[in-house]
Design a protein around this ligand. Structure first.
Ligand code: OOG
Ligand code: NI
Length: 302
């Protein structure tokens, strides 16, 4: 398969994810329209997508080991691992094949670390998946991969199971309902015009436009090296249909904002020549730990 075909396929997959994500998260259009109205960008296509994120269940045939095969196929490379002891999660990030593609952050629930009862609930669903579903996909068919990412992997959960999981792991409850739906996309702010090119300034612009921000650990999450600053909206509620015709308002997806500072080593490069490789790359576990809470009830019920 040629490089250009792989990239065309990747574009189909990424566009499919963004299209459905925009439908689920009305904040996205509010933010993009406000950016155009304020002249922050001329066109929404000029906005850089810093990264996208997915959540997975750490059980046989699923989890990162399965999910990553999709994006490794398109030329993504697996990078650092992060461990979240309290939330019982592992995560990895993947660097993209092209400078213009988003990085990908994929996390996985350490299901075996949960209580017997939560494990029983989760595996009653995930045991329906008896072979790795990604192995059955034609990864060179973007339409097929897009459909896979938005198709249920297991039966629709019951409200009782969702609420029981929510009690022990908000992440588990999110995945049992939302599966591989895009968890967030991330606006890169550092290349925006003055007055918008820091997370602090961008947060002000967001709040002026009625957007509510995740306050866990403070609105701005800063890496110890000072090079990566992040903020996130509080997830929007979706009207979810559960088994037996029951309905519940639950957390859907959110939007994130990232400011990556120029690395000390490249401080003297003229601003016009600064590209992605001159800036702080990767992620930061302490920032991520707080950003996960964008979908948690401690934020959504504030
Ligand atoms: C991911 C949270 C972490 C980041 O950029 O560090 C994150 C999630 O909520 O699934 O997005
Ligand atoms: Ni993120």
């Amino acid at each position: 398969m040629s490089h250009s075909h792989k990239f065309e396929t990747l574009d189909v997959v990424l566009n499919g994810l963004m299209r459905r994500y925009k439908e689920r998260v009305p904040d996205v259009s509010v933010i993009l329209n406000a950016m155009v109205a304020d002249g922050v960008v001329n066109n929404v296509d000029d906005i850089e997508n810093d990264h996208i994120a997915f959540r997975t269940m750490g059980v046989p045939n699923l989890g990162v080991r399965s999910f990553e095969k999709i994006f490794l196929h398109y030329g993504y490379e697996k990078r650092d691992h992060y461990f979240f002891e309290g939330k019982k999660l592992d995560a990895w990030w993947f660097s993209p094949p092209r400078e213009t593609d988003p990085r990908i952050f994929v996390s996985e629930l350490r299901v075996n670390d949960l209580s017997e009862e939560s494990q029983r609930i989760i595996t009653s669903y995930t045991n329906e998946v008896t072979t790795d579903p990604v192995d059955a996909l034609d990864l060179d068919n973007g339409v097929e991969v897009d459909a896979f990412l938005h198709r249920p992997l297991w039966r629709t959960p019951t409200v009782a199971d969702y609420q029981s999981l929510l009690h022990e792991s908000e992440y588990a409850a999110w995945v049992i309902y939302n599966r591989y739906y895009l968890n967030h996309f991330t606006i890169s702010v550092h290349n925006l015009p003055d007055g918008y090119n820091t997370v602090a300034a961008f947060n002000e612009f967001l709040e002026k436009n009625g957007i509510r921000l995740n306050t866990s650990g403070g609105k701005i999450k800063i890496s110890p090296d000072g090079g990566l600053l992040q903020s996130a909206t509080i997830a929007e509620m979706i009207h979810a249909e559960f088994a037996n015709g029951e309905h519940l308002e639950i957390s859907g997806s959110y939007v994130e904002f990232a400011e990556r500072k120029v690395l000390p080593h490249f401080q003297n490069i003229p601003p016009a020549e600064i590209t992605r490789r001159h800036r702080r790359d990767g992620f930061e576990a302490a920032n991520a730990d707080k950003i996960f809470e964008s979908t948690y009830t401690t934020q959504t019920r504030k």
